[in-house]
Design a protein around this ligand. Structure first.
Ligand code: ZN
Ligand code: ZN
Length: 358
């Protein structure tokens, strides 16, 4: 990504065309990265009709100059004051900003500093622009997935009676880093036995026992782009009920994936997985949405849930992750990532998703 500087110029020009505001202020670190390549995560970006200013504090000046091109880097002592003086130099009356990425406190501080320049919420949503990936972004996502999947494939033999959840989690994290991940996507979930019934379990000291389900939800980051995947293992032979429920979750997952294509709404996809599990009497144990976008953030637009009317578009990368959780007994989640296309979708994750007996 970093070598292809023109991609950032294109994104900024695109934003200029659709923003309908001459001066735009971007404060969200991920959106700044998307538009400039600067990965520091902090700062401000002011886009004017003929210039792009990246405002950073002293910790980031060198990094910003290494990672960006075709923009003016300004080192600030006080961010709000620096934004204010730039805008006053430009003699503008108002500036567009992203209302969903600013706290009330930040807004108030900025408003006070910008005396005479009004803050106007932008109608363009950068998170929606980011939802549709270009070819280079898809390559980075595939790289992140390969690192993660190869690591888990090599590591699964570690899962045997006696090993603690935390030991599996730290080994997975360490090996993903060694394999080239710049970091892990999120706190790795390794849940065993009854802990698999917690959709967001934190790895603890529980030791794997014979007959346990083991749920691993994990991902790697490569050049800023995330992977997110869940795989299930059974230490020994699963019971008939475990096999039956696993198959139901897998069928719900497969049906949702089979329906994914451009133009389908997020809630239709969620409904396909959910109604299938409801038919099997498992609907009330499916306590979260069916999936979400993945990119520069591990959870980003769109959200595949029953409340979302948004339509899928070609180039979106989403997870499909139905789950069934029997409180204090066990749970199952199967999560894969797909690329939305015109007539269907492409599986991005490739590791087999059947129940693995160890
Ligand atoms: Zn996940
Ligand atoms: Zn996920």
């Amino acid at each position: 990504m970093r070598d292809d500087r023109s991609v950032y110029t294109k994104r900024i020009d695109h934003l200029r065309r659709i923003a309908e505001i001459d001066h735009v202020l971007i404060l969200n670190g991920t959106n700044i990265r998307y538009l400039t390549g600067f990965s520091g995560g902090e700062g401000a970006l002011l886009i004017t009709p003929d210039q792009v200013h990246l405002l950073v504090d002293g910790r980031y000046t060198t990094q910003a100059s290494q990672e960006t091109t075709d923009l003016k880097i300004i080192e600030f002592q006080n961010k709000a004051d620096a934004i204010s003086s730039l805008l006053h130099n430009e003699k503008v009356d108002f500036v567009g900003f992203e209302e969903s990425f600013i706290t009330l406190g930040e807004y108030q501080k900025l408003k006070d500093a910008l005396s005479g320049v009004a803050l106007k919420p932008m109608s363009v949503r950068l998170d929606w622009l980011r939802a549709v990936k270009d070819a280079a972004e898809i390559t980075e996502i595939k790289n992140a997935i390969r690192i993660a999947e190869n690591t888990l494939t090599d590591l699964k033999n570690l899962i045997k009676p006696g090993i603690r959840e935390t030991e599996i989690a730290v080994e997975l994290d360490y090996q993903m880093r060694r394999a080239g991940a710049e970091r892990i996507s999120f706190d790795t979930i390794v849940a065993t036995g009854p802990n698999t019934a917690l959709p967001h379990a934190t790895p603890g000291n529980r030791r794997v026992e014979a007959g346990d389900f083991v749920l691993i939800d994990y991902g790697a980051v490569f050049n800023g782009y995330h992977s997110d995947q869940t795989r299930m293992f059974c230490v020994g032979t699963p019971s008939d009920r475990q096999q039956e429920v696993y198959q139901a979750v897998l069928d719900a997952h497969d049906r949702a994936i089979a329906a994914i294509r451009e133009g389908v709404t997020c809630k239709e996809i969620d409904g396909i997985a959910r109604s299938f599990l409801e038919e099997k009497g498992l609907g009330k144990y499916f306590s979260h949405g069916t999936g979400h976008g993945v990119g520069l953030e591990v959870h980003e637009a769109p959200t595949l849930s029953r409340a979302k009317d948004d339509k899928l578009q070609s180039g979106m990368v989403v997870t499909v992750e139905p789950g069934v959780y029997f409180p204090e007994v066990w749970g199952i989640r199967i999560e894969d990532m797909v690329l939305v296309g015109k007539d269907g979708c492409e599986m991005l994750t490739a590791m087999p998703n059947g129940l693995v007996e160890l």
